[in-house]
Design a protein around this ligand. Structure first.
Ligand code: NAG
Ligand code: NAG
Ligand code: NAG
Ligand code: NAG
Ligand code: NAG
Ligand code: NAG
Length: 454
């Protein structure tokens, strides 16, 4: 049973400014947003209120408009859903065709004589068949614009809510505001899920900066939604306590405008992550996880990860006390490690971000010492087979189905020594520390979005 199903149902909205101060669910508008259920469905649904006595109230016009807006959002999302699914089928069909054409072009270029007029015509026909792919790609771009539009609609929605609030007086301002915030968060998360999928490609690297020693880690906040653009850098893997905090990526590139945090306990490895304004890291020579809150400069919680190997017992292939690797994706906070009972195979646990309690655990069966690094995207753990040149993404473990597969996803390991690799779900990029260089990669995710009724 997925934790996600538990998140399936949610919320609320818009107190009716009628007789009842707080309407019962049968009276108010309700929005159900499935972040992503077990079948991969992602739908935001609105339930309209039953007819009630408010209809003649002048404010009901505003509220009707509100409902319409929210329904528009729902419709847009359903269209997006359908379209993605349809395009997926199309892309699948076209893929085989492309492979055939590609093969023939290769033969033709190796041996031009093999291309007689008939096979040339054949090839031309195939290419013609491929032409319709262009509008599909165009459509994908339109979808991206649609997501922007959705965001705007949500913003407008909160404006409308504010207007209602003004008419109503200030008595439930805070409550209304909280509800709007919640709505925005949920819709945002739903939109994020629409973009979730399976990793199929990694872009060329972009080197952001060359700084620090051979080993280290750097990151931005991984929480969705977050408007926090600070960059954190932690040089070294051994007994470090100094975290540099830069105001922006631009400042990080220039090495300017930073403040320093001196952690009360030293860290081990490079598997740290910043999630919702706190740094989560492994305390040196222990299997203790620490949550350090940047704003208050204090440790909020520490907890031992039971049985987890530490102190270079089960590091990644590059060593460096990398026994315990914390990370975040669209689904929340995770820790990757191993134990003696698991015979050194990679174990994944989902963590509760406030208490650091383990919520659920998976045994991937993949030996941790044979892994270069690992990172989580959309609930799937991807493992590289080396930290050195020639590394590729070699193994994927799907927590949604507790299954794995071997993969062959290449990427360019430009500086030949990767000591940190983490996905940032907010920016959809991979952050890496490669031999004293801070490097980013874009990722391509293949979307499989099922529509209701499939
Ligand atoms: C909802 O969408 C329809 C059709 O696109 C549009 O005419 C209408 O103005 C929209 N309503 C609101 C409140 O945005
Ligand atoms: C949001 O509101 C602004 C100002 O009222 C309007 O111009 C814009 O079209 C609205 N956007 C959407 C997506 O409804
Ligand atoms: C599990 O997740 C992967 C990748 O995130 C996705 O491709 C796959 O369809 C999901 N499987 C199910 C049954 O939801
Ligand atoms: C993020 O942190 C704030 C307080 O700093 C807290 O209220 C909120 O619940 C946190 N969100 C998550 C998803 O942990
Ligand atoms: C960690 O390993 C070092 C040797 O590398 C050893 O001296 C130390 O006692 C170990 N500490 C713990 C807590 O296991
Ligand atoms: C990722 O893609 C975006 C949009 O195409 C581009 O602006 C950005 O530079 C790319 N980043 C990397 C690391 O390739």
């Amino acid at each position: 049973m997925h934790l996600f199903s538990a998140m399936f149902l949610l919320l609320m909205l818009a107190a009716l400014p009628c007789e009842a101060l707080y309407p019962s669910p049968e009276e108010g508008w309700q929005i159900y947003s499935s972040a992503q259920d077990a079948d991969g469905k992602c739908i935001c649904t609105v339930v309209a209120p039953a007819q009630n006595m408010c209809n003649r109230d002048p404010r009901s016009r505003q509220l009707r408009q509100l409902m319409e807006k929210v329904q528009n959002i729902t419709q847009s999302m359903e269209v997006l859903d359908l379209r993605t699914y349809r395009d997926l089928q199309y892309v699948r069909d076209t893929e085989n065709l492309m492979k055939t054409v590609d093969g023939r072009l290769k033969t033709a270029s190796e041996n031009p004589r093999s291309l007689n007029p008939k096979s040339f015509q054949d090839l031309k026909d195939k290419v013609t068949q491929l032409l319709p792919l262009l509008p599909v790609l165009e459509q994908y771009k339109t979808d991206a614009r649609m997501i922007l539009r959705l965001r705007e609609e949500v913003r407008n929605l909160s404006l409308v809510l504010m207007a209602i609030q003004e008419e109503m007086g200030a008595y439930d301002y805070e409550e209304l505001r909280q509800r709007v915030l919640l709505l925005e968060t949920r819709l945002h998360s739903c939109m994020q899920k629409l973009g979730c999928g399976k990793l199929t490609g990694v872009s060329n690297p972009i080197t952001i900066r060359a700084s620090g020693s051979r080993f280290g880690s750097w990151m931005t906040d991984t929480m969705i939604p977050s408007s926090d653009n600070r960059v954190w850098s932690m040089d070294g893997y051994y007994k470090g306590r100094r975290v540099l905090e830069y105001r922006t990526l631009g400042d990080f590139m220039k090495g300017q405008n930073f403040v320093q945090h001196l952690l009360p306990h030293p860290w081990a490895g490079t598997g740290h992550v910043v999630y919702n304004g706190s740094l989560y890291y492994n305390k040196y020579q222990s299997n203790i996880l620490i949550k350090y809150h940047f704003r208050s400069r204090s440790v909020l919680v520490q907890r031992s990860l039971s049985n987890a190997g530490y102190n270079n017992t089960f590091p990644y292939s590059w060593g460096g006390w990398s026994d315990i690797d914390l990370m975040a994706d669209e689904n929340g906070l995770w820790v990757v490690y191993t134990t003696i009972p698991n015979a050194g195979n990679i174990v994944i646990s989902r963590l509760e971000p406030q208490s650091l309690e383990v919520l659920q655990t998976w045994d991937t069966g993949f030996p941790k010492r044979s892994a270069g690094e690992s990172f989580m995207i959309c609930g799937t753990l991807y493992v590289t087979n080396s930290h050195l040149a020639g590394a590729k993404i070699y193994f994927a473990y799907y927590t949604n189905t507790s299954t794995y597969e071997y993969t062959d996803i290449p990427f360019h390991n430009q500086y030949s020594h990767i000591s940190m690799m983490d996905y940032n779900p907010r920016e959809r990029v991979l952050y890496t520390w490669n031999n004293g260089h801070q490097v980013l990669y874009n990722v391509t995710l293949f979307q499989v979005i099922k529509t209701a009724g499939d």
